[in-house]
Design a binder for this molecule. Structure first.
Ligand SMILES: [Fe+2]
Length: 299
């Protein structure tokens, strides 16, 4: 008998627009595997010369990722040649330090990722974000697991806007501020596929921004950048489908929600998302010189 979860997936898939339903595509150079993590999706890309793990998962995913690689892919865990991390949150960087120390896997991450949780305010923010991840796990009815992780990623490879990923040079990191200041997206131009991390969230067929969007103007600019790239496929960190056909309507929907302002249910999480010194130092000046609003309205 199908579980409640499978029935829910089938239900929402049935109501997806026709152009978003698809058979699993084949990509040049790699095979794409989706790992359903604790509260997020991760992607393991299988190349001839090794595996690329897209995003650093949650702490409870360490064992699951090890099992997935060894038992499902029939590969050695050391075949993971790189973990590409997009930002410092518990569901994107929580497993990184354990995987690196156990298996010597190098980590590529935004060059300034460790600034967000630095100092006293950063330490409080780290705890607050970990609690927020706990709340998300409760909402998703995930089992209670220990989520706390080291707040410093200490990347072996520092990513800037446009950096090629080490080993997997067909992927580039794109600076994508909005959710935090340092967020990156990962884009493969050859296959026109983009991993958007938390920039677009899919929930019950709707496309939403993450909680919080601390820099709304930057976030809209980031979303318009995705629209300009016109990828063919989009990989979501949060959503039933994970891999989807890209559609401009997704981006427009997220921007519309951002423009409505912070929803009542999310206000508490915005309140506890403003301890980082990086946020307090940059919250005003960043929004002023980015004329995103007008370019969106004219499009
Ligand atoms: Fe996040």
């Amino acid at each position: 008998m199908a579980s409640n979860n499978s029935l829910t997936v089938v239900f929402f898939y049935y109501f997806l627009p026709q152009d978003m339903k698809m058979t699993k595509p084949e990509f040049d150079d790699f095979k794409l595997h989706i790992y359903r993590g604790y509260v997020q999706n991760n992607y393991i890309l299988e190349y001839d010369n090794g595996l690329l793990l897209i995003d650093g998962a949650s702490r409870p995913d360490v064992k699951g990722i090890e099992d997935f690689v060894v038992k499902k892919l029939n590969r050695k865990i050391e075949d993971i040649k790189l973990i590409a991390v997009t930002h410092c949150h518990p569901d994107h960087a929580g497993a990184v330090n354990i995987l690196r120390s156990r298996h010597g896997i190098p980590v590529a991450a935004p060059h300034d990722i460790d600034s967000w949780y630095s100092g006293f305010g950063g330490a409080i923010q780290h705890v607050a974000d970990t609690l927020q991840s706990r709340f998300m796990a409760v909402k998703l009815k995930a089992k209670h697991r220990f989520l706390y992780y080291s707040r410093k990623v200490k990347p072996d490879f520092k990513l800037f806007n446009g950096s090629e990923l080490p080993v997997f040079s067909d992927w580039r990191s794109l600076h994508a501020p909005g959710h935090t200041l340092h967020n990156m997206l990962l884009y493969n131009g050859k296959n026109r596929i983009i991993y958007v991390a938390d920039t677009v969230i899919e929930h019950r067929g709707k496309y939403l921004p993450p909680v919080p969007v601390l820099f709304p103007c930057c976030m809209k600019k980031t979303l318009l950048m995705v629209k300009e790239l016109q990828p063919e496929y989009i990989l979501l960190a949060h959503g039933h489908e994970g891999l989807m056909k890209y559609n401009d309507a997704m981006i427009d929907e997220v921007i519309r929600v951002i423009e409505k302002g912070v929803p009542r249910y999310a206000r508490f999480f915005y309140l506890i998302s403003k301890f980082s010194g990086e946020y307090r130092r940059n919250r005003h000046e960043l929004c002023e010189d980015i004329p995103v609003e007008s370019s969106y309205n004219n499009s």
